[in-house]
Unconditional design. Structure first.
Lengths: 109, 189
Protein backbone atom coordinates (compact mmCIF):
# COMPACT_ATOMS: atom_id res chain seq x y z
CA UNK A 1 0.00 0.00 0.00
CA UNK A 2 2.78 2.38 0.98
CA UNK A 3 4.76 1.33 -2.08
CA UNK A 4 1.82 2.21 -4.28
CA UNK A 5 1.39 5.60 -2.61
CA UNK A 6 5.07 6.22 -3.11
CA UNK A 7 4.81 5.20 -6.76
CA UNK A 8 1.96 7.68 -7.26
CA UNK A 9 3.89 10.40 -5.53
CA UNK A 10 7.00 9.71 -7.66
CA UNK A 11 4.84 9.73 -10.77
CA UNK A 12 3.41 13.12 -9.78
CA UNK A 13 6.91 14.50 -9.21
CA UNK A 14 8.05 13.17 -12.59
CA UNK A 15 5.11 14.73 -14.46
CA UNK A 16 5.61 18.03 -12.61
CA UNK A 17 9.30 18.00 -13.46
CA UNK A 18 8.62 17.23 -17.11
CA UNK A 19 5.99 19.96 -17.24
CA UNK A 20 8.45 22.55 -16.02
CA UNK A 21 10.86 21.81 -18.85
CA UNK A 22 8.68 23.63 -21.38
CA UNK A 23 8.33 27.31 -20.65
CA UNK A 24 5.27 29.36 -21.53
CA UNK A 25 5.70 31.11 -24.89
CA UNK A 26 3.68 34.11 -23.66
CA UNK A 27 0.34 35.42 -24.85
CA UNK A 28 1.77 37.61 -27.65
CA UNK A 29 3.64 34.67 -29.17
CA UNK A 30 0.47 32.57 -28.96
CA UNK A 31 -1.61 35.25 -30.66
CA UNK A 32 1.05 35.63 -33.35
CA UNK A 33 1.18 31.88 -33.95
CA UNK A 34 -2.61 31.72 -34.14
CA UNK A 35 -2.64 34.60 -36.63
CA UNK A 36 -0.01 32.86 -38.77
CA UNK A 37 -1.96 29.61 -38.65
CA UNK A 38 -5.15 31.35 -39.73
CA UNK A 39 -3.32 33.12 -42.57
CA UNK A 40 -1.79 29.82 -43.69
CA UNK A 41 -5.23 28.18 -43.64
CA UNK A 42 -6.65 31.06 -45.68
CA UNK A 43 -3.81 30.78 -48.19
CA UNK A 44 -4.40 27.04 -48.44
CA UNK A 45 -8.12 27.57 -49.02
CA UNK A 46 -7.41 30.21 -51.69
CA UNK A 47 -4.92 27.89 -53.40
CA UNK A 48 -7.50 25.10 -53.36
CA UNK A 49 -10.10 27.40 -54.95
CA UNK A 50 -7.62 28.47 -57.66
CA UNK A 51 -6.62 24.86 -58.34
CA UNK A 52 -10.27 23.81 -58.58
CA UNK A 53 -11.02 26.68 -60.94
CA UNK A 54 -8.03 25.86 -63.12
CA UNK A 55 -9.07 22.23 -63.23
CA UNK A 56 -12.65 23.18 -64.03
CA UNK A 57 -11.83 25.47 -67.01
CA UNK A 58 -10.77 22.69 -69.44
CA UNK A 59 -13.74 20.59 -68.37
CA UNK A 60 -16.09 23.54 -68.96
CA UNK A 61 -14.54 24.26 -72.35
CA UNK A 62 -14.88 20.63 -73.34
CA UNK A 63 -18.53 20.60 -72.29
CA UNK A 64 -19.15 23.75 -74.34
CA UNK A 65 -17.47 22.18 -77.37
CA UNK A 66 -19.53 19.01 -77.08
CA UNK A 67 -22.74 21.06 -76.77
CA UNK A 68 -21.94 23.14 -79.86
CA UNK A 69 -21.11 19.97 -81.79
CA UNK A 70 -24.42 18.39 -80.76
CA UNK A 71 -26.30 21.55 -81.76
CA UNK A 72 -24.58 21.58 -85.15
CA UNK A 73 -25.39 17.91 -85.67
CA UNK A 74 -29.03 18.49 -84.76
CA UNK A 75 -29.31 21.42 -87.19
CA UNK A 76 -27.67 19.36 -89.93
CA UNK A 77 -30.08 16.50 -89.26
CA UNK A 78 -33.05 18.89 -89.48
CA UNK A 79 -31.79 20.33 -92.80
CA UNK A 80 -31.20 16.82 -94.16
CA UNK A 81 -34.69 15.77 -93.18
CA UNK A 82 -36.20 18.83 -94.91
CA UNK A 83 -34.21 18.19 -98.08
CA UNK A 84 -35.22 14.55 -98.09
CA UNK A 85 -38.85 15.55 -97.71
CA UNK A 86 -38.56 17.96 -100.67
CA UNK A 87 -36.85 15.31 -102.80
CA UNK A 88 -39.54 12.78 -101.90
CA UNK A 89 -42.26 15.29 -102.82
CA UNK A 90 -40.49 15.90 -106.16
CA UNK A 91 -40.25 12.19 -106.88
CA UNK A 92 -43.92 11.63 -106.11
CA UNK A 93 -45.07 13.80 -109.15
CA UNK A 94 -45.96 11.79 -112.27
CA UNK A 95 -44.47 14.51 -114.53
CA UNK A 96 -42.09 17.38 -113.80
CA UNK A 97 -43.84 20.58 -112.73
CA UNK A 98 -42.76 22.43 -115.98
CA UNK A 99 -44.47 19.80 -118.15
CA UNK A 100 -47.68 19.67 -116.16
CA UNK A 101 -49.65 22.11 -118.56
CA UNK A 102 -48.76 19.93 -121.52
CA UNK A 103 -50.44 16.99 -119.86
CA UNK A 104 -53.84 18.67 -120.59
CA UNK A 105 -53.18 18.25 -124.29
CA UNK A 106 -52.30 14.68 -123.99
CA UNK A 107 -54.82 12.27 -125.60
CA UNK A 108 -57.23 10.69 -123.17
CA UNK A 109 -57.52 13.82 -121.04
CA UNK B 1 0.19 40.97 -6.55
CA UNK B 2 -1.92 40.16 -9.56
CA UNK B 3 -0.60 36.62 -9.59
CA UNK B 4 -1.66 36.20 -5.96
CA UNK B 5 -5.14 37.52 -6.61
CA UNK B 6 -5.46 35.24 -9.63
CA UNK B 7 -4.91 32.21 -7.48
CA UNK B 8 -7.87 33.10 -5.33
CA UNK B 9 -11.29 31.80 -6.24
CA UNK B 10 -13.71 33.83 -8.31
CA UNK B 11 -11.20 36.24 -9.78
CA UNK B 12 -12.90 38.35 -12.45
CA UNK B 13 -10.76 38.52 -15.57
CA UNK B 14 -13.19 40.24 -17.92
CA UNK B 15 -11.35 43.53 -17.76
CA UNK B 16 -7.89 42.09 -18.07
CA UNK B 17 -5.74 43.53 -20.83
CA UNK B 18 -3.40 41.34 -22.87
CA UNK B 19 -0.47 42.26 -20.62
CA UNK B 20 -2.39 41.20 -17.52
CA UNK B 21 -3.59 38.03 -19.15
CA UNK B 22 0.04 37.22 -19.81
CA UNK B 23 0.39 36.88 -16.04
CA UNK B 24 -2.44 34.34 -16.08
CA UNK B 25 -0.62 32.42 -18.82
CA UNK B 26 2.68 32.41 -16.95
CA UNK B 27 0.98 31.39 -13.72
CA UNK B 28 -1.11 28.51 -15.04
CA UNK B 29 0.98 27.35 -18.01
CA UNK B 30 2.87 24.60 -16.08
CA UNK B 31 -0.35 23.02 -14.77
CA UNK B 32 -2.21 23.11 -18.08
CA UNK B 33 0.83 21.96 -20.05
CA UNK B 34 1.67 19.03 -17.78
CA UNK B 35 -1.97 17.90 -17.68
CA UNK B 36 -2.00 17.91 -21.52
CA UNK B 37 1.39 16.18 -21.57
CA UNK B 38 0.29 13.43 -19.18
CA UNK B 39 -2.96 12.98 -21.11
CA UNK B 40 -1.62 13.02 -24.66
CA UNK B 41 1.95 11.76 -24.08
CA UNK B 42 3.19 13.99 -26.86
CA UNK B 43 5.14 17.14 -26.09
CA UNK B 44 4.19 18.97 -29.31
CA UNK B 45 0.52 18.09 -28.99
CA UNK B 46 0.59 19.14 -25.32
CA UNK B 47 2.12 22.49 -26.24
CA UNK B 48 -0.52 23.05 -28.94
CA UNK B 49 -3.32 22.16 -26.53
CA UNK B 50 -1.93 24.42 -23.81
CA UNK B 51 -1.59 27.34 -26.25
CA UNK B 52 -5.10 26.78 -27.64
CA UNK B 53 -6.42 26.62 -24.09
CA UNK B 54 -5.03 30.04 -23.19
CA UNK B 55 -6.09 31.57 -26.50
CA UNK B 56 -9.63 30.27 -25.99
CA UNK B 57 -9.63 31.59 -22.46
CA UNK B 58 -8.31 34.97 -23.61
CA UNK B 59 -10.89 35.31 -26.34
CA UNK B 60 -13.72 34.07 -24.14
CA UNK B 61 -12.69 35.89 -20.97
CA UNK B 62 -15.94 37.86 -20.98
CA UNK B 63 -17.76 34.55 -20.47
CA UNK B 64 -15.87 33.83 -17.25
CA UNK B 65 -18.29 34.76 -14.51
CA UNK B 66 -16.12 33.80 -11.59
CA UNK B 67 -18.47 31.05 -10.43
CA UNK B 68 -15.51 28.67 -10.30
CA UNK B 69 -11.81 29.34 -9.84
CA UNK B 70 -9.73 30.47 -12.78
CA UNK B 71 -7.84 27.15 -12.68
CA UNK B 72 -11.10 25.18 -12.83
CA UNK B 73 -12.22 27.20 -15.83
CA UNK B 74 -8.87 26.78 -17.63
CA UNK B 75 -8.76 23.08 -16.79
CA UNK B 76 -12.30 22.71 -18.16
CA UNK B 77 -11.12 24.15 -21.49
CA UNK B 78 -7.98 21.97 -21.42
CA UNK B 79 -9.99 18.78 -20.76
CA UNK B 80 -12.21 19.54 -23.78
CA UNK B 81 -9.21 20.32 -25.99
CA UNK B 82 -7.41 17.14 -24.90
CA UNK B 83 -10.54 15.14 -25.73
CA UNK B 84 -10.85 16.80 -29.16
CA UNK B 85 -7.16 16.31 -29.85
CA UNK B 86 -7.34 12.61 -28.94
CA UNK B 87 -10.42 12.21 -31.13
CA UNK B 88 -8.69 13.90 -34.09
CA UNK B 89 -5.64 11.74 -33.64
CA UNK B 90 -7.82 8.63 -33.73
CA UNK B 91 -9.27 9.82 -37.05
CA UNK B 92 -5.84 10.77 -38.48
CA UNK B 93 -4.67 7.16 -38.63
CA UNK B 94 -1.75 8.09 -40.93
CA UNK B 95 -0.28 10.22 -38.16
CA UNK B 96 -0.73 7.56 -35.52
CA UNK B 97 2.48 6.56 -33.76
CA UNK B 98 3.53 2.93 -33.98
CA UNK B 99 1.97 0.61 -31.41
CA UNK B 100 3.54 0.83 -27.99
CA UNK B 101 5.25 4.13 -28.64
CA UNK B 102 3.07 5.77 -25.99
CA UNK B 103 5.18 3.97 -23.41
CA UNK B 104 8.24 5.75 -24.74
CA UNK B 105 6.65 9.14 -24.13
CA UNK B 106 8.19 12.07 -22.18
CA UNK B 107 8.00 10.93 -18.57
CA UNK B 108 9.74 7.69 -19.49
CA UNK B 109 12.88 9.71 -20.03
CA UNK B 110 12.63 11.21 -16.58
CA UNK B 111 15.61 10.49 -14.38
CA UNK B 112 15.16 10.55 -10.61
CA UNK B 113 17.13 12.88 -8.43
CA UNK B 114 20.84 12.10 -8.68
CA UNK B 115 21.16 12.44 -4.90
CA UNK B 116 19.79 8.96 -4.20
CA UNK B 117 21.77 5.75 -4.52
CA UNK B 118 21.79 3.98 -7.92
CA UNK B 119 19.80 0.95 -6.75
CA UNK B 120 17.06 3.16 -5.36
CA UNK B 121 17.10 5.27 -8.51
CA UNK B 122 16.38 2.20 -10.63
CA UNK B 123 13.52 1.25 -8.32
CA UNK B 124 12.03 4.75 -8.45
CA UNK B 125 12.38 4.85 -12.23
CA UNK B 126 10.59 1.50 -12.47
CA UNK B 127 7.80 2.76 -10.25
CA UNK B 128 7.26 5.86 -12.39
CA UNK B 129 7.41 3.85 -15.60
CA UNK B 130 4.88 1.38 -14.24
CA UNK B 131 2.37 4.10 -13.29
CA UNK B 132 3.00 5.85 -16.60
CA UNK B 133 2.27 2.66 -18.54
CA UNK B 134 -0.75 1.91 -16.39
CA UNK B 135 -2.31 5.33 -17.03
CA UNK B 136 -1.76 4.85 -20.79
CA UNK B 137 -4.07 1.84 -20.60
CA UNK B 138 -6.91 3.63 -18.82
CA UNK B 139 -10.04 4.73 -20.68
CA UNK B 140 -9.93 8.47 -21.47
CA UNK B 141 -12.36 9.59 -18.77
CA UNK B 142 -10.75 7.51 -16.04
CA UNK B 143 -7.34 8.83 -17.05
CA UNK B 144 -8.56 12.43 -16.91
CA UNK B 145 -10.03 11.95 -13.44
CA UNK B 146 -6.93 10.07 -12.27
CA UNK B 147 -4.55 12.76 -13.53
CA UNK B 148 -6.60 15.59 -12.08
CA UNK B 149 -6.63 13.86 -8.69
CA UNK B 150 -3.13 12.45 -8.42
CA UNK B 151 -1.06 14.80 -10.58
CA UNK B 152 -2.95 18.07 -10.16
CA UNK B 153 -4.14 17.17 -6.65
CA UNK B 154 -7.59 18.63 -7.22
CA UNK B 155 -10.51 18.04 -4.90
CA UNK B 156 -13.35 15.73 -6.03
CA UNK B 157 -15.78 18.64 -6.36
CA UNK B 158 -13.29 20.57 -8.47
CA UNK B 159 -12.79 17.52 -10.70
CA UNK B 160 -16.56 17.25 -11.02
CA UNK B 161 -16.73 20.90 -12.09
CA UNK B 162 -13.90 20.45 -14.58
CA UNK B 163 -15.21 17.26 -16.17
CA UNK B 164 -18.92 18.02 -15.93
CA UNK B 165 -19.49 14.79 -14.00
CA UNK B 166 -21.29 14.40 -10.70
CA UNK B 167 -19.17 13.92 -7.61
CA UNK B 168 -20.43 10.34 -7.41
CA UNK B 169 -19.40 9.63 -10.99
CA UNK B 170 -15.97 11.11 -10.28
CA UNK B 171 -15.58 8.76 -7.31
CA UNK B 172 -16.56 5.76 -9.45
CA UNK B 173 -14.13 6.68 -12.24
CA UNK B 174 -11.39 7.35 -9.74
CA UNK B 175 -11.98 4.05 -7.93
CA UNK B 176 -11.86 2.11 -11.22
CA UNK B 177 -8.77 3.96 -12.41
CA UNK B 178 -6.97 3.41 -9.13
CA UNK B 179 -7.85 -0.28 -9.13
CA UNK B 180 -6.53 -0.69 -12.68
CA UNK B 181 -3.33 1.21 -12.00
CA UNK B 182 -2.69 -0.67 -8.76
CA UNK B 183 -3.31 -4.02 -10.47
CA UNK B 184 -0.97 -3.14 -13.33
CA UNK B 185 1.78 -1.81 -11.07
CA UNK B 186 1.41 -4.87 -8.78
CA UNK B 187 1.66 -7.25 -11.75
CA UNK B 188 4.94 -5.71 -12.85
CA UNK B 189 6.59 -6.30 -9.49
Amino acid sequence: MNDFREALSRFRDAVHQEGEQTASPGLQAMLLRDCRLKRARLRLAAAAVVALTLAAIPAYENAQRVNAQRQREAEQARADALLLKQVNTGLARSVPRAMAPLMDWAPGN
Amino acid sequence: MLAASMQERATPIVDLAAADFDTVVRLYWPRIFRFALASLRDRDAAQTVAQDCFLKAYRGRDRFRGEASLLTWLMQIAVNLVRDNARNRRLQFWRRAPAGSADGAPVRDWIPDAGIDPERRILVKEQVDAVWSATARLPARQRTVFLLRYVEEMELLEIAAVTGLTEGAVKVHLYRALRSVRAYVGRLR
